[in-house]
Design a protein around this ligand. Structure first.
Ligand code: IFM
Length: 438
């Protein structure tokens, strides 16, 4: 079945389509001893927070081995590499020198640098419950843009503020480990404000080509029953629209704005600052039903009983090692749905992350996953959605947050003892696909 699917020729994407891979600083860099600490260092030091008890102190050691990573990128033949700058490293003496060297190495290898300015590793002294963190972020962005702006191809303000809010501040399973439930909403607002201020800071520094990387996926009601549909709509509002509506149409979904702190109307004008493209991280759809009065375990997370929805299994679908369902056509659904909802307010779209966790170096399941999703993406392009690029998560197996090193998302295997990198079957498959696209 897999063989038949992957030997059909991949349809051709439009000329200029941007192919890339993604990583983030805390997940790959290591070298924690030469930067300031982040909330993730504090969190991982607390017993029981990370499932395998690991930390990202060394991770893939990309801080020291970035030349190896750049060679892997060049060998893969990607147009672009999405990585994040660690705010605590930028705050450390000489911290920006590392990114300067990395950007130079990428440019020399013909790979365009795409920089994420915040991917969850907040300096320990800061807190997204505080409004001031948004202004501090804009200062950080100005410093980075000033130094790297002459060579960076694209800028991403934030990565997945939805997950950082939900997992880090509402459910407490990511750093900083708060379990505030709906009191975490200000964290979402302050990040969105930070996004808008960052767009302004980037433009003031002369930088262009700016987007955000928001996570999205279709939400499917568990049944046609009104209570399931209502629960699914609420989930969709909280995890999808809460983060796209303010950025794209300058307003919060119904009932949310009044829960946010500060002068929300004025802030929304900042949040809706025009961007050049909209980044979507897509992994899987979610099936949602009415609450069942009990804590639910799902996809490595436990959802408290008091939530007004429950996440349900999507039956009859293969799942990744993480237990996430594999549903490529939901990517077409997501993109056509976005284009329909936001119409001319939606700028060109980039898929800033898509990938899966599987063990093994002969990773035929990953090939099948990527093949299916790239075809689904092409169907969206054929349907008229203006998608301009696709980034695989991730270049390397790396530190998968609360899962530690147990989940392997890489096109390249990392031996976390020796730090040796070994390209997987999917790396070769993607390399050949990219060659055929040119
Ligand atoms: O590893 C993460 C990444 O940091 C953000 N998006 C999802 C990935 C897989 O869980």
């Amino acid at each position: 079945m897999i063989r038949r699917m992957v030997t059909n020729p991949m349809p051709q994407f439009p000329a200029g389509f941007l192919w890339g891979v993604s990583t983030s600083a805390h997940q790959i860099e290591g070298a924690a001893d030469v930067r300031e600490p982040s909330v993730w260092d504090v969190f991982t030091a607390e017993p029981g927070r990370v499932k395998d008890g690991s930390t990202a102190a060394v991770a893939c050691d990309s801080y020291h081995r970035y030349h190896e990573d750049v060679a892997l990128l060049a060998g893969l033949g990607v147009d672009a590499y999405r990585f994040s700058v660690s705010w605590p490293r930028v705050d450390s003496p000489g911290g920006l020198d590392f990114y300067d060297r990395l950007v130079d190495a990428l440019c020399a290898a013909g790979v365009r640098p795409v920089v994420t300015l915040f991917h969850w590793d907040l300096p320990v002294a800061l807190d997204w419950l505080e409004r001031d963190t948004a202004s501090r972020f804009a200062d950080h962005v100005s410093v980075v843009a000033e130094r790297l702006g002459d060579r960076v191809a694209k800028w991403i303000t934030l990565n997945e503020p939805a997950e950082h809010t939900l997992l880090g501040h509402a459910l407490g399973v990511h750093a900083p480990g708060r379990r505030l439930m709906f009191d975490a909403l200000p964290v979402a607002h302050h990040q969105l404000l930070a996004h808008g201020l960052a767009v302004r800071a980037l433009r003031a520094a002369g930088a262009g080509d700016i987007g955000i990387a928001n996570s999205h996926g279709p939400t499917w009601a568990a049944s046609e029953k009104p209570e399931d549909r209502e629960a699914a709509e609420f989930y969709d509002l909280l995890l999808n629209r809460l983060f796209s509506d303010p950025v794209l149409i300058g307003r919060y979904p119904e009932g949310i704005g009044e829960l946010m702190p500060g002068d929300v109307e004025a802030d929304l004008k900042v949040i809706a600052e025009p961007i050049d493209w909209y980044g979507i991280n897509y992994y899987a759809p979610t099936r949602v039903g009415a609450p069942q009065g009990a804590e639910i375990e799902f996809g490595g997370l436990s959802f408290p009983a008091e939530l007004p929805f429950t996440v349900r299994e999507i039956e009859d679908r293969p799942v990744t090692d993480f237990g996430w369902p594999v549903v490529p056509e939901a990517l077409t659904e997501l993109l056509t749905g976005f284009a329909g909802r936001y119409c001319d307010r939606l700028p060109p779209v980039l898929i800033t992350e898509n990938g899966c966790s599987y063990e093994g170096v002969d990773d035929q399941e990953r090939i099948a996953y990527l093949d299916g999703h790239i075809r689904a993406l092409h169907r969206a392009v054929e349907a008229g959605v203006d998608v301009r690029g696709y980034f695989v998560w991730s270049l390397l197996d790396n530190f998968e947050w609360a899962e530690g090193y147990a989940r392997r998302f890489g096109l390249v295997h990392t031996d976390f003892e020796t730090l040796e990198r070994t390209p997987k079957a999917s790396y070769t498959w993607l390399r050949d696909l990219l060659r055929a696209q040119r």
